[in-house]
Write a protein that binds this ligand. Structure first.
Ligand SMILES: Cc1cc2nc3c(=O)[nH]c(=O)nc-3n(C[C@H](O)[C@H](O)[C@H](O)COP(=O)(O)OP(=O)(O)OC[C@H]3O[C@@H](n4cnc5c(N)ncnc54)[C@H](O)[C@@H]3O)c2cc1C
Length: 405
């Protein structure tokens, strides 16, 4: 008899995708463990991760289901009542603008924007209070063993599981050990993230300005603060990172054409290299990939973590249902169902984001004109406008049950 500790599910990776999936699995009475080498520690303001998550309504419903919304998160969040896309590429249709208002869809905001460190902390506290065993270690791989897998850790030995949920990020060891290939590509861009104050109101509006070298997006935060995702060429990124906070505020104010008034108090400035990644399959050999282990997209249209939360919720739903029926929770049939459902959601979004980003980087003016013309059409054709709005928030099909309205 094996003396390895045995679980129904082992989640690998303690980022937001892994933590939320682990909580959803544990609440269904599946014996659950999480393996991750370190956990997000709350850094002091000024040294925090600048990322905020524009969490769309289905993801907010997930937080509500887990008891984190409005409790732990609403005070640090700002509603997203308006989403604005503006062409600022300096080409023929420069100035084309589309404004989506949440009342066009429902009486709720499109979503809420919240700091990633606060979200991670809230998820971690919930996971610590759930029936989840924590192993602070690095997972190396998970070869198949009889009717399960054996998860190998760098220092703490091995664990047995019926299925692994791999949320170990873009360099995923588990993806490799399951024999899943991936396509990876890099953009000639970095994204500068930061948080800043402004003298003018943001009116609960997130604005994505399409510039020559990538989008510049501001997302509302409480009390005349906004978060910034400014995608630029790497050389320009270096220049911007070398500026003092005051100089950076001046540059940003110019780029925004003074729209948010006087910019000040820029904090948490950080540069992120831009890449895309897509796993060839999202599940194989009793390993289910979620989050950035499965897919990476540039931060355009706030899709990354929203898709990852849907991955985790879908994996937990399928595993929970199989468990309730006494079926094998790591069976190929389940894995194929997961792969098909998630691919339908992720692939088109990844393609659209890639196309949009590459159109900005193109040196051909006609490509810029075509993009801006497309924006014009979206603005004018009501059914198209409504479809873009709905699909931008979440897929209308294959949404995990707990995220449905
Ligand atoms: C500037 C910027 C803005 C963004 N804005 C948005 C937004 O508005 N909305 C949105 O939805 N998304 C947004 N995103 C995307 C979002 O930040 C990411 O999708 C998300 O943070 C990734 O979470 P994750 O849990 O998949 O991965 P990670 O946070 O990378 O977590 C991976 C975890 O796995 C652990 N790990 C790694 N290797 C191992 C191993 N071998 N064994 C065990 N554990 C391991 C790591 O320690 C880590 O804890 C943005 C991204 C950027 C760059």
């Amino acid at each position: 008899m094996s003396d390895l500790k045995e679980y129904d599910v082992v989640v690998v990776g303690g980022g937001p995708a892994g933590l939320s999936a682990a909580c959803l699995l544990a609440e269904q009475n599946l014996s659950t463990a999480i393996v991750s080498p370190f956990y997000p520690k709350q850094a002091p303001q000024g040294k925090r991760d600048p990322r905020t998550i524009a969490m769309m309504q289905p993801s907010v419903r997930l937080m509500e289901h887990m008891g984190l919304w409005p409790k732990a998160l609403k005070d640090v969040s700002s509603p997203l009542n308006h989403l604005r896309l503006v062409d600022d590429s300096g080409n023929l249709f420069n100035g084309t603008e589309v404004l989506f208002n949440c009342e066009e869809l429902s009486d709720q905001p499109f979503g809420w924007n919240m700091p990633l460190p606060d979200l991670s902390q809230a998820l971690l506290a919930l996971a610590r209070n759930s029936k989840i065993d924590f192993y602070e270690d690095e997972a190396l791989g998970a070869p198949l063993k009889n009717d399960g897998v054996e998860l190998q850790m760098a220092n703490l030995g091995n664990l047995k599981a019926k299925v692994i949920v791999a949320a170990d990020g873009r360099a995923s060891n588990l993806r490799k050990s399951a024999g899943i290939g991936m396509a990876e590509w890099f953009y000639d861009q970095v994204a500068i993230g930061a948080v800043f104050s402004h003298s003018g109101p943001h009116n609960d509006t997130s604005t994505e300005c399409h510039k020559q070298d990538g989008p510049l997006t501001t997302v509302p935060m409480p009390d005349n603060h906004s978060s910034l995702v400014w995608m630029v060429r790497p050389e320009r990124g270096k220049e911007l990172m070398a500026l003092t906070d005051k100089e950076f505020a001046g540059e940003l104010q110019l780029e925004l054409h003074g729209e948010l008034g006087i910019i000040s108090d820029v904090i948490n400035r950080k540069s992120f290299p831009m890449q895309g990644l897509n796993a060839m399959r999202y599940a194989r050999n009793r390993v289910i990939l979620i989050g950035e282990a499965a897919h990476v997209v540039p931060p355009i249209g706030a899709q990354g973590l929203n898709m990852s939360l849907r991955d985790g919720a879908m994996a937990a739903e399928l595993i929970g249902d199989a468990h309730a029926f006494g079926d094998d929770i790591g069976a190929d049939k389940l894995l194929t169902k997961y792969d098909t459902a998630r691919r339908r959601d992720v692939w088109p979004r990844q393609k659209i984001i890639d196309l949009m980003n590459r159109s900005l980087l193109s040196s051909l003016p006609i490509v810029h004109d075509a993009r801006a013309f497309g924006l014009n059409l979206v603005n004018r054709i009501a059914p198209l406008r409504s479809k873009v709005m709905r699909e931008g928030i979440s897929p209308t099909e294959n949404l995990p049950r707990i995220m449905q309205g």
